[in-house]
Design a protein around this ligand. Structure first.
Ligand code: ADE
Length: 233
């Protein structure tokens, strides 16, 4: 069972992780999702988690002391941890990374805010033999914090774990999957359902033909066309 732990100063922000597919997967016991309040690790009266940056500059930096205590707490007794530090300066998340993460035992998400987490936190855990550290961005834009990014990664990762999706067949032909040929990543072909005609728009004739060979060929061509279109935008 894959265990996800999230550490944040806004645990309520992560409430949607109880819903829908992820909620059901937790009920089934295929995954577990545990949210931790970073401030539980603070020892001062103000429960402070950040301080001014060495060297000067705008904003605040989150404390290595507090983060280290929180990560130690959540990883005690763990022999194999992937630590994901969310940052716009990280490696870009994609389907490949989701596939890798879906094979993990435990993933701890460090959801930073402000100007990020003291750089020594990543460095320290890289030196620990039971840890693999990943600095990850979900895209080239800046969010208010890592919480939404962590939810994106969990949603993409969890659905690849056997037993999470009702119908695993739906993984086979979807966008970015590498089921057939690992050299290419195509987006999915367009899908249609009843009625066959809607507001003057008809479903492509071929899909009504019952000819599975021709349908497969058409879908493949549509996938290639759409992928090409995105690449030349
Ligand atoms: N924190 C702020 N922006 C982010 C991004 N784009 N990806 C991951 N974490 C972030």
């Amino acid at each position: 069972m894959l265990r996800f732990d999230l550490i944040s100063i806004f645990p309520e922000y992560l409430a949607p992780l109880k819903l829908s597919l992820l909620g059901k997967a937790q009920e089934k016991g295929v995954i577990s999702i545990n949210v931790h309040d970073l401030r539980d690790q603070t020892t001062d009266a103000h429960h402070s988690v950040d301080d001014t940056p060495y060297g000067g500059g705008a904003g605040m930096v989150m404390s290595a002391v507090v983060w280290g205590d929180a990560i130690d707490q959540v990883s005690k007794n763990s022999s194999n941890v992937d630590l994901v530090i969310l940052t716009p300066a990280g490696k870009k998340f994609d389907q490949r990374m989701a596939e890798q993460f879906s094979k993990s035992q435990q993933i701890i998400f460090a959801c930073g805010r402000y100007e990020g987490i003291d750089a020594r936190v990543g460095k320290y855990y890289r030196q620990q033999k039971n840890f693999r550290v990943h600095e990850v961005s979900i895209g080239d834009y800046v969010l208010g914090g890592g919480e939404v990014a962590a939810m994106v990664i969990i949603e993409a990762t969890a659905r690849l774990i056997p037993g999470v999706l009702g119908n695993p067949e739906s993984l086979k032909e979807e966008s970015h999957s590498l089921a057939t040929d690992s050299s290419e990543s195509l987006v999915e072909y367009p899908n249609y359902t009843k009625p066959a005609s809607w507001r003057g728009l008809d479903v492509p004739e071929i899909l009504l033909s019952g000819n599975h060979g021709e349908i497969a060929k058409w879908r493949r061509a549509e996938s290639e066309r759409r992928t090409q279109e995105l690449e030349t935008e």
